[in-house]
Design a protein around this ligand. Structure first.
Ligand code: GLY
Ligand code: MN
Ligand code: MN
Length: 426
């Protein structure tokens, strides 16, 4: 990370919390898959944003004194037991140099230091339920100074979600790197797909590319073939790919904490059927129309209205919805086939923090654009030939001064390009 990246974030936080305020952040805890088997450690996103450190058992305090931003870390050195089982971590000196803290104390010293720092402060900015012992400690010691929970203790997320909404060049680069690896993973899966193999084999092809690039998955991969593509968060991935069925893959890598998020839908046998092709082009057209309109000055409501209109028009044309666009939109009839949002913020969290109402797009925001059409296999309202088709196309889009940049555009999405890739067997 560039050295001024953390400085800028800390300064911005200090300005936003104001004078006589203090921000207290706790790291994530170790997290177990079962009994004593640990999941890979994932830092709490706000903590990662403010400190850059991926370690458990840390507390970070940020406040301003004499117009200088102070940032204090509470942390224990590696214990002898940890050294034996897990190896050494960075020393405090190395941490201080790398991440630029004003002071580092032993973890247990937070009691005495935070108690004294709370004196004279009007407001504490903090997220609760990450570190229950710290919660109790801060509540007790701040309320004893005559402050109230309602007025004087404020969710830190109110500030961090505003800061995290606009990405720095460093952050954009991390998302771009995650996207590049995800693109390679999707291409690999398309080339490996063929009727008769299992969804989990494609999941493995995807994870292979992530691991090979030292990245983790940003979320559990969705590999849905046939009717499974209509299950929005299908993660079982244990069905067999069949001839003449589609495969929907929603999978992406996380790099340095930053997520990408990509979906492509392709034919298992490398050739779209007539019905699949017709639905595919409605989704693609909706996605392209939306992307054209992602630019400074627009907002989620406007782009969602475009998705709804384009999907409705397409489905009306195929007689899958009644021939009355106003009625289809007013009565939300399209929701039978398109039931989720157009997209979401993207960043340290795949569904990143940030308001959706009353926010106008400005340069530096990163969003996903992911329209879809899902025709449930048991939907008796539609002729049989359409049933079980599920298609979503999802790209990651950066809002720029001039409009936008599609960070995932190197991954083909036109039908003929997709077919070409699927037929490049390796
Ligand atoms: N991968 C989850 C989503 O697209 O929102
Ligand atoms: Mn998404
Ligand atoms: Mn997705």
């Amino acid at each position: 990370m560039q050295s001024n990246e953390l400085d800028n974030r800390r300064k911005a936080l200090a300005v936003n919390i104001g004078k006589n305020s203090i921000a207290i952040l706790s790291s994530a805890n170790r997290n177990y898959r079962s009994r004593d088997v640990e999941n890979p450690f994932r830092q709490e996103s706000d903590f990662l944003y403010m400190t850059g450190i991926s370690e458990p058992n840390l507390i970070n305090v940020i406040y301003t004194k004499n117009n200088r931003v102070h940032t204090v870390l509470f942390r224990d050195n590696t214990s002898t037991q940890e050294k034996i089982w897990e190896g050494s971590r960075l020393t405090n000196k190395e941490i201080k140099k790398k991440y630029g803290f004003s002071e580092i104390y032993n973890y247990e010293q937070y009691h005495e230091k935070i108690e004294s720092l709370l004196k004279g402060k009007d407001r504490v900015f903090m997220e609760f339920n990450i570190n229950p012992k710290l919660d109790t400690f801060v509540n007790k010691n701040f309320l004893k100074l005559g402050r109230t929970k309602k007025k004087n203790i404020i969710p830190l997320s109110q500030v961090t979600q505003k800061l995290r909404l606009i990405k720095s060049n460093y952050e954009i680069n991390q998302i771009k790197k995650a996207a590049e690896v995800s693109i390679e993973a999707h291409m690999n899966a398309m080339k490996k797909a063929t009727p008769g193999i299992y969804e989990y084999e494609l999941d493995a092809e995807i994870k292979y590319i992530f691991n090979k690039n030292n990245m983790h998955f940003a979320y559990m991969s969705i590999v849905g073939s046939g009717k499974n593509a209509c299950i929005l968060h299908y993660i079982k991935n244990n069905d067999k790919l069949k001839n003449n069925e589609l495969v929907l893959i929603d999978a992406a890598a996380e790099n340095e904490g930053y997520a990408s998020d990509i979906t492509r839908t392709f034919p298992a046998n490398g050739k779209f059927t007539k019905e699949q092709a017709l639905i595919y082009d409605i989704v693609l057209n909706a996605q392209e129309q939306v992307i054209k309109n992602v630019k400074p000055g627009t907002n989620w409501k406007e782009i969602h209205a475009i998705t709804v209109k384009e999907i409705s028009l397409g489905l009306i044309k195929l007689k899958l919805l009644p021939n009355d666009l106003n009625k289809v939109i007013e009565n939300k009839l399209y929701q039978e086939f398109f039931m989720h949002k157009t997209g979401h913020w993207l960043g340290l969290d795949v569904h990143d923090v940030g308001e959706y109402e009353n926010v106008t797009f400005v340069p530096g925001m990163v969003i996903t654009v992911e329209p879809g059409i899902y025709i449930n296999s048991s939907n008796k309202n539609v002729p049989k030939k359409w049933r079980g088709i599920g298609i979503r196309i999802e790209d990651d889009v950066l809002v720029t001064k001039k409009g936008n940049q599609v960070l995932t555009k190197k991954l083909p999405k036109k039908k003929d390009e997709i077919e070409l890739l699927c037929n490049q067997k390796t």
